[in-house]
Write a new protein. Sequence first.
Length: 511
Amino acid sequence: MKKLSILICSSCLALQPSVAQNPIVSHCYTADPAPMVFEGEDSLYVYCDEDMNVPGVNDFYYMERWRVYSTIDMVNWTDHGVAMPRTAFTWAREGTCWASQCVKRGDTYYWYMCASKPNDWRHYIGVGKSNKPSGPFKDARKQPIFDMGQGGDIDPTVFIDDDGQAYLYWGNNKLRYAKLKTNMLLLDTSIGEKGIVEVPLTREAFGGVKVDDKVRGADCYEEGPWLDKRGDHYYLMYAAGGVPEHISYSMSDSPEGPWTYKGQVMTQQNTGSFTNHSGIVNYKGKDYFFYHTGWAHGGGGFNRSMAVEEMHFNADGTIQPVTATRKGVKALCTMNPYERQQAETLNAAYGISVVGNESKGVYVTGIHAGDSMRVANVDFGVGGASSITLRMASAQTGGYLIIRQDNAKGRILGRIKIEETGGSAVWEERTFDLSLSPKGIHDIHFSFTGKADETLFNWDWWQFNTVPTVIETIEASAPSDASTLFTLQGIPVSHPQHGVYIRNGKKVLVK
Ligand code: FUB
């Protein structure tokens, strides 16, 4: 549970984890990624909506909230919980929280979303506001930004140009744009019809048109626009070609067009999702392409999952085609286990849920026997770790946390009994000795056992403790409870000879 999200990269000499990195979130279904890097923030943030697997509602989208994820290494992603629930917008209809994008102006983060209204099939574009990138966000206007009664008003993308002018593009089957006033909440009505301009979907601009659901020409605009700029080139990327969708792009030398069709960025591929939705971002010197798939466990067209690939621009600004892969991208740096890490910072997870928000606290819950979590590329250094400190809460009988090195079959570093704490919100910090000391760079696999069908415990954060280099405790003779002692290599000792051992992260000298 954290108020401030600071994660430090411990090393840039990263050993790459051998496992697949896509999808980037596997404990819930995340769609329509909108990646952003904000001035003054170290992390890359991805804004998305959540496909919810609701019994009885499995043949269409049911989406009740928008979520935020962040990373500093591209392989471990911190879930910031429900940063913007549908209920933050009193006008928004249940289950209709579709694509979104967040931008920063001054010290404020504006998160543009779309949702229907009760008894109205059309979507409307609204905006949430927060002073932190991870929220929580509140409705900034208490109503949609505009109502032209036109339909198709989905998938907002917002871009602030170098001169400070903000542009909002959006639309399904039609593409429209507006200029936003500097307050980011109102349209500049000096252009178009009440501030809204419809972009002609010509063959030159988008490769072709769609007539009676058939593409006439090489390609056509469908939905999900993403407006961006690199150097002097403006880019409009979008889902194209009808359903199933691929991602295409057009370029211009102005954010208002005219646009020139350039081709497909990601062709229609076997990802298990009939929609696709993209966003691009430059982070720590690399360009990344985000999209969505049906790749998470139980995934599909209405249970989508975000993925990321590295992308490359040619010298003339055109984009090299991107292939969807399970492998994904390489880690930018290692994770430091000797700093507090949120339990909801994950490389992969199965069965668990992440709840809360940044003001109430975010934590891992819904932990049952058989569930598991993984963090990638953790650097224990040459000294290794001797113990782990956990913040847990348990209302029932608790359970066991099993920590393994590398993967689900790796060597067991610790088998820890988590006792009941007296309530699911009664948090306790406890330190446990490891039975083996991990050294060097490894993925870490956490799994859970306990009573079947019982929620075992909630988990807030973890931190490994190094094998210490300073003698902090001196014992004159062998301690009575010798079984708590470990050698400097992390091996348990039952009959200590004279020498130096580790207990609770401290050196013990047995004389
Ligand atoms: O997520 C609902 C809709 O599916 C989005 O608004 C579209 O872009 C498509 O991905």
